[in-house]
Ligand binder design. Structure first.
Ligand SMILES: Nc1ncnc2c1ncn2[C@@H]1O[C@H](COP(=O)(O)OP(=O)(O)OP(=O)(O)O)[C@@H](O)[C@H]1O
Ligand SMILES: [Zn+2]
Length: 631
């Protein structure tokens, strides 16, 4: 899906960040001056208009910053970078009598580095502007009047008014009005959503028609939108293993290169060849080959409603061969409903049973608990407050209500509390929630949940994309689990699991050599999400714990996005390899060959050398637009 970049932002007046004028900082102008000065003096010397000493001076001016950054990198990171390389190449040329060649070479390299640096910054800026921005002012309604307020001065709870054509400045919920909102900047979904009272809205999304009164819940850096931007910005710091590999290669390559150069010099005694060779042996693009790809891929995913927290996870996602799913809230729609109540004790009517169960479940965040409470409210039962309440992971709740001890949960909960189950309440695809009062089993509430729309197709496309194994892990009972898995065509199912059993199951799969992705909603699977090679959380209905524990978040809860994310990840991985092998490897091998054969000199080499830089850059940024099947 190709998403339109958000339309012009009327309420912010800052210029687009990608414009050249913003990138040309004072330091950059200074750099331009230095390059021009060195180039000019080299030209004058060549025309025999200035003495050699002046050229020496120019070379020193040109090399100064290179030496500075090069030596700093050497001392602090123990890394021989391009800077040291260029310095040595230039010095070798100048000391070897090839003074003009040396100076020109240095100038060309300085220009190349300058352009590469500028372009990388520009790519970053344009990636950010693709995602969009948040308005800088909000129209706040207070005491019957409205006034424009800088976004930094909006408070949580403030009522913000947003009209057609404007962007929403805060995260909040609708208190009045109707509107059709384009949420593409957050979810990647370009079909506008209708919003009315009670609905959640996000900063950065656009009101296409209508108007909304929004009560502010989150502002500034706390908004979902800001978190997305921060992720894209920080993506570089979460280095992918392939990037560390590139760094490692660069560090052992350099001594090898020096030995090789010395050997060549001893054989040919030709300074020009050495200088030419040095240009093609610089490890510069090795450093460029991955980070730009990672930023581009993460930005591409973000535009499709997939949050990826770093390049690291892109690489692991590309390698995944096993996907593990949680059932409740992930494969099911997370809209559980009570379908039947069965009393097994004549002293309790169905309404009484529901009343006690709802009271016990009142404080629980579990989807089943919410279904019980919602059903009680719908049947207009007044639900009392529990005097005591405890949620037992993977079991249910124990509560004290009107001096009675009430258990609500699965059969294990009752068994472990010493309650005898008079019947085995198994019922196809429905989850039985058992209720016991003061040690007596009193009845069962059956809860049904529908499958998440598109779940079947999403699993099929994952299999098609090369996933070998799909597993379902659930805390629910085996019968319900089987009903769901049969419908979805999953054959590896494990039911009645405690949260820690899910972690063990994943560890086992990993021990068998699988790369495991875990998809969950986080009610009971945050530890499993953290344990898997890649944790993927459902963002829409997902809990905070899952969002924190997960490496990838699906903003729309759309399972088909998993295959989409994987397609982006694999494409990015391939792009990195192309960059390394074609952009860096092939071009350099050809260049080295040409230099050894004496076909090219240092200046041609410096010009040709711009090729891989450009190639790597274009190839990486392409990831933002190229068609990726399934995305
Ligand atoms: N608050 C609750 N109210 C009623 N029953 C509960 C509650 N919490 C847990 N249970 C029972 O314990 C079982 C296991 O719960 P758990 O949260 O581990 O898994 P789940 O939500 O059923 O499934 P999944 O692991 O697929 O998310 C549930 O199926 C339910 O029967
Ligand atoms: Zn779940």
């Amino acid at each position: 899906m190709q998403v339109q970049a958000p339309t012009a932002d009327k309420s912010s007046s800052s210029p687009p960040a990608s414009s050249l004028s913003v990138l040309m900082t004072r330091d950059r102008w200074f750099e331009v001056g230095r390059i021009v000065l060195t180039g000019l003096i080299a030209l004058l010397y060549w025309r025999e208009m200035v003495p050699l000493e002046v050229l020496w001076f120019a070379v020193a001016v040109g090399l100064y910053p290179l030496v500075k950054t090069g030596v700093t990198a050497l001392i602090h990171e123990r890394k021989v970078g391009t800077e040291i390389f260029v310095t040595i190449a230039t010095l070798v040329a100048v000391l070897g009598g090839e003074t003009v060649a040396g100076a020109v070479l240095m100038v060309i390299i300085l220009i190349a580095e300058f352009i590469a640096d500028l372009n990388t910054d520009r790519a970053r800026a344009s990636i950010k502007s693709l995602i969009g921005s948040v308005p800088q002012v909000a129209l706040v309604r207070a005491n019957g009047s409205e006034r424009s307020v800088a976004i930094a001065e909006v408070n949580i709870g403030d009522m913000v008014l947003v009209r057609a054509g404007e962007k929403i400045p805060v995260d909040g919920h609708v208190r009045g009005g109707n509107a059709s909102v384009n949420q593409a900047p957050i979810t990647g979904e370009s079909v506008p959503q209708d919003k009315t009272a009670g609905d959640l809205v996000f900063a950065g999304t656009i009101v296409e028609s209508g108007a909304l009164d929004i009560q502010t819940d989150k502002i500034g850096v706390d908004t979902t939108f800001s978190r997305i931007i921060a992720l894209v910005e920080n993506a570089e710091s979460q280095q992918a293993p392939v990037q560390k590999l590139a760094d490692k290669v660069a560090s052992w390559l350099i001594p090898v290169v020096f030995v090789f150069l010395i050997v060549v010099y001893l054989v040919t005694r030709d300074v020009r060849t050495i200088v030419t060779l040095m240009i093609f042996m610089s490890p510069a693009e090795l450093g460029l080959a991955t980070p730009l790809v990672m930023i581009a891929a993460i930005a591409r995913a973000a535009r499709n409603g997939i949050l990826i927290k770093g390049g690291l996870y892109l690489e692991s996602l590309a390698k995944v061969d096993t996907v593990v799913f949680d059932k409740t809230g992930t494969l099911t729609a997370n809209k559980p409903e009570v379908v039947r109540i069965q009393s097994h004790n004549a002293a309790f009517s169905e309404a009484q049973l529901l009343r006690l169960a709802a009271a016990a479940d009142r404080r629980s965040a579990h989807p089943l608990a919410k279904a019980v409470v919602a059903h009680a409210e719908r049947t207009q039962i007044v639900v009392p407050e529990p005097e005591k309440y405890e949620q037992l992971q993977g079991r249910g709740v124990i509560a004290t209500i009107e001096s009675q001890v009430v258990l609500v949960g699965n059969s294990a909960l009752l068994r472990e509390s010493g309650v005898a189950l008079t019947i085995a309440a198994e019922s196809g695809g429905q989850t039985p929630v058992h209720v016991a009062v003061d040690g007596q089993f009193v009845g069962v509430i059956f809860i049904a949940d529908t499958l998440r729309p598109g779940a079947r197709e999403a699993l099929a496309s994952l299999k098609q994309s090369g996933i070998k194994r799909i597993v379902m892990l659930t805390g629910d009972n085996a019968a319900t689990a089987k009903a769901v898995s049969d419908e979805l065509g999953i054959d590896d199912v494990r039911a009645d699991l405690m949260p820690e059993d899910k972690v063990t199951a994943i560890a086992e799969l990993q021990k068998q050599g699988h790369h495991v992705a875990m998809v969950g909603d986080g009610i009971n699977d945050a530890p499993a999400l953290a344990r898997a090679d890649v944790g993927i959380a459902m963002g829409g209905g997902g809990t905070q714990a899952a969002l924190e524990a997960a490496d990838i978040v699906l903003m729309t809860d759309d399972l088909s996005k998993i295959a989409g994310a994987r397609a982006i990840a694999r494409r990015a991985y391939r792009t990195v390899q192309e960059n390394l092998f074609v952009g860096v490897g092939v071009v350099h091998v050809l260049g080295i060959t040409a230099a050894l054969m004496g076909w090219i000199g240092p200046i041609e080499a410096a010009v040709i050398h711009l090729g891989p830089d450009v190639l790597v850059f274009v190839n990486s940024v392409k990831l933002l637009r190229v068609r990726i099947p399934g995305v």
